[in-house]
Design a protein around this ligand. Structure first.
Ligand code: 13P
Length: 247
């Protein structure tokens, strides 16, 4: 009942011309899995990406959005600009933003509310650190992150996508086992259910963290895992194609 989503987070990779080149390669892929495919290039490449994606079913996502409409926020990008560029999804609260750019659960919540108010669909990232995993508090951490991120979302909950990305699995080649990822995602869905009731069954929850052409099939076979947020493996068309057609 939940349509799978495979989203590529290109992080700070690919110039505008390289972005267009990769999109042109991805446009040739026949999507046999039925997944909704999303690409999230760098902010400065969104315009070029939007042009290349015209007449394509691949959706455009951004990697961040500010919570104010406009003003003195050097280096940030507002929701109105993303909308005007044809962006549909926006990643919010990625662990790299939490780690390097002082993003907190509270700013994640503010950005999520602004995205929804502006007609953008947030892909809200949650995930535990290695220390938290070793302390056995993964579920507490991700459930709290989820609840704070989604405070005040109300009926817009149906536009929200959540990505569970264990920090220790990002860019490390270490992946959560399919069973562990499934269990944690079930806990996250439980946290959504506590606040939003049965809407929790409609919210897509993705797994991210070294998901690639080799492990996508096993991860996607888990009942709670509704898709993937892919870093490294989404930068190479041949690898991303195998993730997209995970079945
Ligand atoms: P990797 O797939 O490179 O581990 O990155 C995952 C990620 O952070 C996606 O947002």
């Amino acid at each position: 009942m939940r349509n799978p989503m495979i989203a590529g987070n290109w992080k700070m990779n690919k110039t505008p011309s390289e972005t267009v080149e990769l999109i042109e390669a991805l446009k040739k892929i026949e999507v046999r899995s039925g997944a909704e495919v999303v690409v999230c290039p760098m902010t400065a490449c969104l315009c070029a990406a939007a042009g290349a994606l015209k007449d394509s079913k691949i959706k455009l996502g951004a990697q961040n959005v500010h919570f104010e409409d406009k003003g003195a926020f050097t280096g940030e990008c507002n929701a109105a600009t993303l909308k005007e560029l044809g962006v549909e999804y926006v990643i919010i609260g990625h662990s790299e933003r939490r780690q390097y750019f002082a993003e907190t659960d509270e700013t994640v919540n503010k950005r999520t509310l602004k995205a929804l108010e502006s007609g953008l669909k947030p892909i809200v990232c949650v995930g535990e650190s290695l220390t938290q995993k070793e302390q056995g508090i993964t579920n507490e951490v991700v459930c709290l992150q989820t609840k704070v991120a989604l405070l005040g979302v109300g009926e817009k909950i149906d536009d929200v996508v959540i990505a569970y990305e264990p920090v220790w699995a990002i860019g490390t080649g270490r992946t959560a086992t399919p069973e562990d990822a499934n269990d944690t995602i079930r806990a996250i869905r439980g946290a959504v259910r506590e606040v939003y009731g049965d809407a929790a069954d409609r919210v897509r929850i993705l797994y991210g963290g070294s998901m690639n052409d080799k492990n996508a099939h096993d991860l996607m076979a888990q009942p709670e895992i509704d898709g993937g947020l892919i870093g490294g493996a989404s930068l190479v068309a041949e690898k991303f194609e195998k993730v997209i057609n995970f079945n």
